[in-house]
Ligand binder design. Sequence first.
Ligand SMILES: Cc1ncc(COP(=O)(O)O)c(C=O)c1O
Length: 469
Amino acid sequence: MATNAATNINLEQMDVDATIHAFTSLSEHAEIGPHIMASGDGIYLTDNKGDTYIDAMAALFCVNVGYGRSEIADAISEQAHKFAFFHTFAGNAHDQQIRLGERLLSILPGHMSKVMFASSGSEANEANVKLAWMYQHLRGKPEKRKIIGRDMGYHGVTTIAASMSGLPLMHEPFGLPLPGFLHTDKGHYFWEGRPGESERDYSKRMAANLGVLIEAEGPETVCAFIAEPVMGASACVAPAEGYFEEIQKVLKKHDVLFIADEVITGFGRLGTWFACDKYDLTPDLMTLSKGITSAYVPLSASVISEEMWQVFADDPDKTLFTHGHTASGHPIACAAANANLDLMEGEDLVGNAARVGDYFKAQLNERLGEHPLMGEIRGDGLMLAIELVANKETKEELNVEWDCSHRLFDLCLEEKLISRGYFGHNSSSFAPPLSITRDEVDEVITRFTRALDKLTDELVREGRWKPAA
Ligand SMILES: Cc1ncc(COP(=O)(O)O)c(C=O)c1O
């Protein structure tokens, strides 16, 4: 166990003594302690005790090129030696940031026009809301301020981003959401679709509900709608057929902007560069992060359309956009992003995500589809999930108080597999590095199946569940 020589305290204890962790029970952490990762290679991670795991989550849906890529490490080092930092305030720039902006526009949907950098997805969403507000202000519609997110959506943790998110556990401790942040249906056909209702009809109903909300609030007060094309934090919920087509019609009708939060789906995760390509979305704003650098260093981007840009460009008062962070467009982060995109393009990782993603989903269906606890196998590309139910036929839910999702996560860890546990629903996700091979997918599913079988046995032994007769 690693120790601090000066104090002879082990790293686990130092962590408990010194740090507050993200999305962790602060009181419980002192009892449980951290899991300390030490190194990575491809899809594998090794912890400080020497145990090696398959990371089937690419950390938090983000290490797209996989661990240990010296090409990105070298680019970071070279940039740090050459020129570590200058800011981008007041029109200042540097070559890596300029090249990256131009390069992003060459792969983004053609109607997107300008990119602003920050460091996290939350910050990029924050900037997108301010861009949307300022756009309405410059159009002479300053009262168009309300933002609509979705139940169970996730857009980050800063106050605006958390307000747009639809997870009650992110609101309650902080008195959020802020006034003017509203939520519409989640958009999950498996749970919300009515008996006999087609996906198309469900999508129309979801869009109609959004229309009713906008009309009730007054369209003249609604600025923007934000959605993750495939929901990440609620376990890879892909849109029902026609969902975004119908939603976009309602937004157009009411002159409401569409922010596509592609923090996870961007940069190849769905087997296309962006979800916009896959689902034919024409957002006014896009939010990017995670895969932009494969998380080797923090970077994010807010992107606006040419139509929005024209309003800023034509501003006769030349209003300052009073937003930005010291590290916005950091040269080292932009150098990492450029090296990351070289790898993605050079190794056709987007194509690999499409091919291996299809294989992964097909194998999940073949090997786990008939499992008595299996409710839904869902997602697209390399953004997949399963959800457990007590009864496959009736979709009766497994009691969430049994916390099957986290129990499954722990059982996967015993199998040396990192999956993902969720609060409030019985799902588990798979979002490995986009470099994963078919053989590695087979191994992921083998380990996961063992963990699921153990959970099944435990539930039977505890007298909580038994297979339907
Ligand atoms: C869709 C989406 N948007 C925004 C964010 C927030 O990004 P960050 O954690 O970098 O602030 C996340 C993070 O997981 C996300 O999944």
